[in-house]
Design a protein around this ligand. Structure first.
Ligand SMILES: [Zn+2]
Length: 62
């Protein structure tokens, strides 16, 4: 099972959809923006209720 989550690209501010594996409660990885193709640094936290919190930053900020 996976979750989808919409966030805004920190480079171009376009909404992009990512897929999250909810079995991993804390994960960080790089995902290329689907619009501008620049690498977004993602920090994903899954809480005990299944809520998803995603922090997106430019690669330079990470
Ligand atoms: Zn972008």
């Amino acid at each position: 099972m996976s979750l989808s989550h919409t966030l805004y690209c920190p480079y171009c501010n376009e909404p992009i959809e990512i897929t999250i594996d909810p079995s991993v409660p804390s994960q960080s990885y790089i995902e290329d923006c689907q619009v501008c193709c620049r690498p977004i640094s993602l920090d994903v936290e899954i809480d005990e209720d299944g809520g998803v919190e995603v922090h997106a930053a430019t690669e330079d900020e990470a």
